[in-house]
Design a protein around this ligand. Structure first.
Ligand SMILES: NC(=O)c1ccc[n+]([C@@H]2O[C@H](COP(=O)([O-])OP(=O)(O)OC[C@H]3O[C@@H](n4cnc5c(N)ncnc54)[C@H](O)[C@@H]3O)[C@@H](O)[C@H]2O)c1
Length: 247
């Protein structure tokens, strides 16, 4: 397992689901963590859980679609730990509807959080990494950003956009030794998928060669690999963690 002892890792949307699993895997690997979420709920609890791995934890309520929030989160993490080594852009939302019923507001909201938020947080962190000539960013996109999905025009556009950002950042910052990669999860067992009916779950699994939903740890381990020195010559890569759903 990669060792992140003494490193500082920033994870957005770390209070639950995939973000929580990512933060926990980094804590197990020895990283100090700066975590943020859109609401106070869960942040303290998450911080206590992570601190039980004997690492330092900084928390902040942040709206990643606001530039000032992103700048202050990165600045505070830098003040707290003296360095920023890894950023994981995990926070994301859905507001699903068929295109003809999707409001302009719901389109904008999802793009502002998932795509613009990834841009703004990356921009804030890249300024620090660029100067230090060292750093790694991992973006959480989605399999639907690669294959499209009815009822999710806003979400799919945002996640496809994240793939574009990943490749562009990789080209812009490679010469400064900053690597930027993305993970595209398929179905993941989270509170959201737990609510699906057995019939819907069975139908979804028919399309997955590995015949199970991902555990959040499956996604987290791929993120740790890309963030680690084991992936030192990997940048601009989109790593599918989808059980074979889209090949
Ligand atoms: N769950 C899945 O099956 C699945 C599949 C593919 C991709 N993904 C992606 O993985 C990521 C995590 O998904 P999840 O299901 O664990 O999410 P979740 O809804 O369980 O948690 C989302 C987290 O993001 C935070 N967040 C939301 N809006 C924010 C904002 N504006 N500013 C700061 N923080 C904000 C929330 O506070 C929360 O901590 C998302 O980017 C999602 O699109 C999820």
């Amino acid at each position: 397992m990669a060792n992140f002892t003494g490193k500082t890792v920033l994870v957005t949307g770390a209070t639950r689901g995939i973000g929580l699993a990512i933060a926990e895997e980094f804590a197990k690997a020895g990283a100090n963590l700066a975590i943020c979420a859109s609401h106070e709920t869960g942040l303290l609890q998450t911080a206590q859980k992570l601190a039980s791995y004997d690492v330092r934890v900084y928390t902040q309520v942040v709206n990643i679609s606001h530039a000032d929030d992103c700048e202050s989160f990165v600045a505070n993490a830098l003040k707290e730990f003296g360095q920023v080594d890894v950023l994981v852009n995990n926070a994301g939302i859905t507001k699903d509807n068929l295109t003809v019923r999707m409001s302009e507001e719901d389109f904008d909201t999802v793009i502002n959080v998932n795509l613009k938020g990834t841009f703004l947080m990356s921009k804030a962190a890249l300024k620090v990494m660029f100067k230090k000539r060292n750093g790694s960013i991992v973006n959480i996109s989605s399999v639907v950003g690669e294959m499209g999905n009815p009822g999710q025009a806003n979400y799919v556009a945002s996640k496809a956009g994240v793939i574009g950002l990943t490749k562009t950042f990789a080209k812009e910052f490679g010469s400064r030794n900053v690597r930027v990669n993305a993970v595209t999860p398929g179905f993941v067992q989270t509170a959201m998928t737990d609510q699906l009916s057995e019939e819907v779950k069975t139908r979804a699994l028919e399309a997955v060669p590995l015949k199970r939903f991902a555990q959040t740890q499956d996604i987290a381990k791929a993120v740790l690999f890309l963030a680690s020195d084991d992936a030192a010559y990997i940048t601009g890569h989109i790593l599918a963690v989808n059980g074979g759903l889209y090949i």
